[in-house]
Design a protein around this ligand. Structure first.
Ligand code: HEC
Length: 107
């Protein structure tokens, strides 16, 4: 019985660590999931995407653009703007994840 309790608390600690680790750092894969859900209607967010508008910059182009570094990209996404791009209410974590995804060179 004691051994099982020890195992259970070890599992609990491992889970806690995982949860903490996730919220601490911006997560590229979470960013990709958000992008596919909220941005892919207009932007091509990943290679191979067939739908999307060809008058809207792709995330690959945005990621490579010299106009945007991590910071200006976060600011862009956090502030309302008046362009054809809609204002999306994103949390700071979602923005950090999205920026991590757009700035990573991986699909
Ligand atoms: C309803 C369509 C639509 C959706 C949804 C959308 N965008 Fe956009 N986005 C645009 C358009 C159109 C532009 C070009 C802005 C312009 O020409 O005024 C743009 C521009 C941008 C730019 C600036 C690119 C540049 O070079 O100026 C960024 C960054 C961006 N979008 C990120 C996102 C992210 C991240 C999401 C999802 C959370 C998203 N967009 C969702 C339509 C959309």
């Amino acid at each position: 019985m004691k051994r099982i309790c020890g195992l259970q608390s070890a599992v609990a600690v491992a889970l806690l660590l995982m949860v903490n680790g996730e919220s601490a750092a911006a997560d590229r894969l979470r960013g990709r999931a958000i992008a596919q859900r909220w941005c892919s209607e207009c932007h091509v967010v990943a290679p191979g995407q067939v739908r999307g508008s060809d008058t809207v910059p792709t995330f690959a182009q945005i990621g490579e653009s010299e106009r945007f570094d991590e910071r200006s990209l976060s600011t862009f996404l956090a502030t309302p703007h008046h362009s054809r791009m809609p204002n999306l209410s994103l949390t700071r974590t979602e923005i950090a994840d999205l920026v991590a995804y757009m700035k990573s060179k991986e699909p």
